[in-house]
Design a protein around this ligand. Structure first.
Ligand code: FRU
Length: 431
């Protein structure tokens, strides 16, 4: 990712025209050969035999590049014991790390925290390697110490991680200092009591330093408050409950543990409730903002899919326009509509690569609710619970195209050349 010296003012946090993902744009969501990923088959092996693995992120440096630690690279994943029903994993999620030299063979480093993390469990985040220190950003889900499972979400950070390497292993150790970084303010970002519909969101912090302005930012998933009686969405309360937003905070001092909220950079009020795991790829002088979202979080009257959605702008603060007109970038085939989720894009040579986890396969139902009616054995059998094949994406301005896939868990090094794909049948090429 180029890191140009800055001669521009910070652009996040003024009073930007808030970008919207409108119902009209989302109405154009439709599977096309450019947006559908190939069908996924279970891998022969996985580095994590005893745990389900889902949301995963890379250890990156301040410039967004994959951190190179004496030839090792690291990913962090949400994990839960495999003997749990897959749907229960969110209630006990813990962050583990995996490390690899070649980006194909991964070793399980175990849970990254040894107690002390905030929340009853930890949900998704991001990780920064800066000057020898590891910072881990995560969602503190639930209130620590509460007797019942709660759904409160706060953005948290842990500092103090150190990396030790040998020829055959890598380890990340504390002592970690955990700190609550942000909670919703009720004005730009909906609080739990303000929420009117599904479970509110305030999660998935993602560290990003703007390569043009040098501004140090934390993106996150949130909801925009829409008070009862508002005239938004034509005054329709059923649509108003779908109020997703991509939030942002800045660190004026550059300190990775000090943040101030700013207004959202994108919202999807009346369109969609969850803009999950927002992250940006700086590509050919533009900002590509990606989010994951679900079929069931689109507002009534809009048909969307479990998919990676994307937006592009000339500055980090926006204004953003949806990629491919509707926002749809990568989705699952119609006969396996839940086979992957929680996509994460990162630049690689002339392409953008997209990693995701292998979710429910061998299941063509209309809704994930139908999974709950299957026997426990069938629910387990159909859950991938590991990383899916890495998707190769071609990007040209406002258009994207699925080119093909790499193997499950293949995360190439910075300059690793990738196999050619078949230009006549690009998505069919599975090297
Ligand atoms: C996406 C997600 C994230 C959250 C995590 C919880 O898969 O909903 O937004 O952090 O799962 O398990």
């Amino acid at each position: 990712m180029p890191n140009r010296p800055s001669n521009r003012e910070p652009n996040v946090g003024g009073d930007p025209p808030r970008s919207r993902w409108s119902r009209e744009q989302a109405a154009g969501i439709e599977r096309t050969p450019e947006t559908v990923a190939p069908i996924i088959y279970p891998p022969e092996s996985t580095p994590a035999k005893d745990v389900h693995v889902w949301d995963t992120w890379l250890l990156r440096d301040r410039h967004g590049r994959l951190a190179d630690l004496d030839g090792w690279r690291v990913v962090f994943s949400l994990t839960a014991p495999k003997d749990l029903l897959p749907g229960k994993r969110h209630d006990v999620a813990r962050i583990r790390y995996f490390y690899s030299r070649d980006g194909r063979q991964w070793h399980d480093g175990g849970p990254v925290f040894d107690g002390g993390a905030l929340g009853q469990r930890q949900w998704a985040g991001s990780a920064l390697y800066d000057d020898g220190d590891v910072y881990l950003y995560y969602t503190a889900a639930g209130t620590e110490g509460a007797a019942e499972l709660t759904y409160t979400q706060r953005l948290a950070g842990a500092s103090g991680g150190k990396v030790t390497t040998t020829d055959s292993s890598l380890s990340i150790d504390g002592p970690w200092t955990h700190r609550e970084l942000l909670r919703p303010d009720g004005e730009w970002y909906e609080t739990e009591p303000q929420s009117r519909g599904m479970i509110y969101t305030f999660r998935d912090p993602w560290f990003y330093e703007d390569p043009e302005t040098g501004e140090v930012c934390l993106l996150f998933e949130a909801n925009a408050p829409v008070p009862a009686g508002s005239d938004r969405c034509g005054g329709d309360p059923a649509r108003q409950e779908f109020n997703g937003a991509v939030g942002v905070a800045v660190s004026p001092s550059g300190d990775p543990m000090e943040w101030e909220l700013r207004p959202p950079i994108l919202e999807s009020v009346c369109t969609n409730q969850e803009l999950e795991r927002p992250h940006v790829v700086y590509w050919e002088g533009r900002y590509y903002l990606f989010v994951s979202s679900h079929m069931h979080t689109f507002a009534p009257g809009i048909e969307g899919y479990d998919a990676l959605y994307g937006f592009v702008a000339d500055s980090l603060g926006g204004p953003y326009r949806p990629l491919n007109d509707s926002g749809l970038v990568v989705t699952n085939p119609h006969n396996a509509p839940f086979q992957a989720y929680s996509w994460m894009a990162f630049p690689h040579r002339e392409e953008i690569l997209v990693e995701s986890f292998f979710n429910y396969f061998d299941f063509a139902g209309d809704s994930l609710d139908e999974i709950a009616h299957l026997s426990e054995r069938e629910q387990r059998r159909r859950f991938g619970g590991t990383l899916g094949p890495t998707i190769r994406l071609g990007v040209d301005g406002d258009r994207t195209r699925v080119l093909g896939t790499l193997d499950h868990w293949h995360i190439p090094t910075l300059n690793e050349p990738l196999p050619d794909f078949d230009v006549d049948d690009p998505a069919g090429a599975v090297p």
